[in-house]
Design a binder for this molecule. Structure first.
Ligand code: PMP
Length: 365
């Protein structure tokens, strides 16, 4: 009889042992979802139509990403060998770091920013060099330039950034790429559609530039998991070695063309969000709450010591928001996603109720 040893378990790599588990706080999301920067309505009806027509037979096939990749590349004005579709931008970040970061390398990152950069970097043998933004949460450009060393291998910049909504200027991104030709400059344009500016046109022209885009935000397809990486054919060749050939599933691939084609839907949604953002910012100002100027579909708000209570009250009033207090330099700050004007009018009511409840609470303390 085979005997199994008890109390023995294979050990993962040391770096994996040191990693923290990351669990996004998704549980019981009843209410208006202003917590994850998703589209707060739906994807385009054209995408839904394609989705419901997918046959059982079609699902028996392995997904074929190349034709869709070529289509997306053409849409972006790029060549097919400059674009790779991924299972969301998260997979794009993961494969890029797996392809480029190793022992002795430095991963340069302005903080606060999107959490998953540090998570995936911590799974490699590279060292993360975090550069803290000042209180205005603008890109700490000069200090990033100073932090570049011969060991810098990847620099990640979300543009617009999260949780602040601040943006980097094109000239700043160009300067970083120029100063670190031995490093990959990842410009994550997940929130591109709410901002409008891009460096996608520089892909190929700047050999070390890689741009990421997602279909999770403006397009409303976070559940399908669809993103992309665009870079010079030389860089993308390495990325493709690491990328699973089937990580983007058939449903996502089928939905991508109608999503791209329905420009009217995207324009409508982005227009709604931008109008709603202005109105919501005015309401925050009226409430006397400090906020950071945002070019994305969310706004970071200073709540202060009672941030946990604020989030709880907002939830009770039917609105989910995201506490970002644990982000470096963000103590007491809460991020609120912007939805449609109608949704944000509801959020303003919840905000007023919450602020009144907090005031009443502090009077009785
Ligand atoms: N980049 C940034 C800056 C983000 O905020 C997010 C999502 N919250 C992502 C990437 C991940 O996008 P995806 O859903 O495509 O993995």
């Amino acid at each position: 009889m085979v005997r199994f040893a008890t109390g023995v378990s294979p050990a993962p790599r040391a770096r994996v042992q040191a990693m923290k588990e990351y669990h996004p706080p998704l549980g019981s999301r009843e209410g208006l979802r202003l917590d994850f920067n998703e589209n707060t309505v739906a994807c385009s009806p054209c995408v839904r139509e394609v989705l419901v027509q997918i046959s059982g037979g079609a699902l028996t096939l392995y997904p074929e990403r190349e034709p869709v990749e070529a289509m997306v590349a053409a849409h972006l004005g790029l060549r097919a060998d400059q674009v790779a579709l991924t299972n969301g931008v998260d997979e794009a970040i993961h494969v890029l770091f797996e392809a480029f970061l190793e022992a002795g390398d430095e991963f340069l990152l302005p903080v606060p920013t999107y959490t998953m950069y540090e998570v995936y970097a911590s799974a490699t043998d590279a060292r993360t060099v975090a550069v803290q933004a000042a209180d205005d949460l603008q890109l700490p450009f000069d200090r990033l330039l100073e932090a570049i060393t011969p060991r810098t291998k990847v620099i990640a910049i979300a543009n617009p950034n999260s949780p602040s909504g601040s943006v980097s200027e094109r000239a700043q991104l160009l300067a970083l790429a120029e100063r670190a030709p031995h490093a990959v400059l990842l410009v994550d344009e997940a929130y591109h559609h709410f901002y409008g500016e891009t460096v996608m046109d520089l892909v190929g022209a700047i050999p070390n530039l890689v741009v990421a885009r997602t279909f999770s935000k403006a397009y409303g397809l976070a559940g399908l998991r669809l993103g992309l990486l665009a870079g010079s054919a030389e860089l993308m060749r390495w990325v493709r070695r690491v990328l699973s050939p089937y990580s983007v599933n058939s449903l996502a691939l089928a939905c991508l063309p109608p999503a791209l084609e329905d420009a009217a839907y995207l324009d409508w949604y982005v227009g709604e969000v931008l109008a709603a953002r202005g109105e919501f910012e005015a309401a925050l100002d009226l409430a006397g709450l400090r906020r950071w100027p945002s070019r994305a579909n969310f706004v970071l708000v200073q709540i202060g010591a009672r941030h946990t209570e604020f989030v709880r009250h907002m939830r009770a009033a039917g609105v989910l928001v995201r506490d970002r207090s644990r982000d470096p330099g963000c103590d007491g700050r809460v991020r609120i996603t912007i939805g449609t004007r109608e949704q944000m009018a509801f959020a303003v009511v919840a905000l007023e109720q919450t602020m009144a409840a907090l005031r009443a609470g502090s009077e009785t303390q």
